[in-house]
Design a protein around this ligand. Sequence first.
Ligand SMILES: [Zn+2]
Length: 192
Amino acid sequence: MERPKGFLGGSVHDAALRTADVLAVLTPWPGNTLAPGTPEERSRLIEVLRDYGESEAACLSPADLTDLRRSAARLRPVFAAADAVAAADQINALLAERAHPPRLTAHGNASGWHLHVDSSDDAPWGEWFLTSSCLALAVLMAERQAPPAAFCASPSCGRPFVNIGRGPYCSPACGTRERVAAHRAAGGAVKG
Ligand SMILES: [Zn+2]
C-alpha cells in the first residue's frame, strides 16, 4: 500500500511504526544484526521506508543516511523514557529544537492533505524523519495517555517498538520466550 510522505491523520500509528522500524535498522540494540554502514543496512533501510510509501528512498545519498542515523539516535531517549512525563519532556525538547510551525501540504496534489512540521516539502531526510516522528509520537501519546514507544524488555531482543498497550515486549514471540524463561527460573528456585 502506498502511503503519502509524512501522512498524519488516519495513520499516526503507521508513522509511529515507521519511526520504530527505522530505529530498528539504524540504531544499536541487542538483537540488531545489521552492521552500521554496510550495504545490507542500506538495503534494509530503503525497504523499510518503501514499505511506508517513501518511494524516493532508493535515492538516499551517504549524507542522507548519516543524517537519518543522527536523527534516529536523537529519538532513542523518547523510547528509553521511564514514564509519560519523561517521554513528554523528551518529545517536547526535540519539537522545541527542530520543529517548524505546523503546515498542511498535499505535495502538489500528489497526496491527501496532511500535517508536516519540517521546514519545507524539500527538507532533508533527517529533518523530515525527526520532526514527523516527534509529531506522530506526540499525537499517539496524547491519544493513549502513556509513553508512545519503548525498547523490548527481553534482554536478548531490546528492539525499539511502538507501545500499543500490549506489555513491555516488541512481539508475542518475545513475550512467550521471557515467560517460559521466568517459569523455568522459578521452577529451578523451587527445586534448588
Ligand atoms: Zn523483542
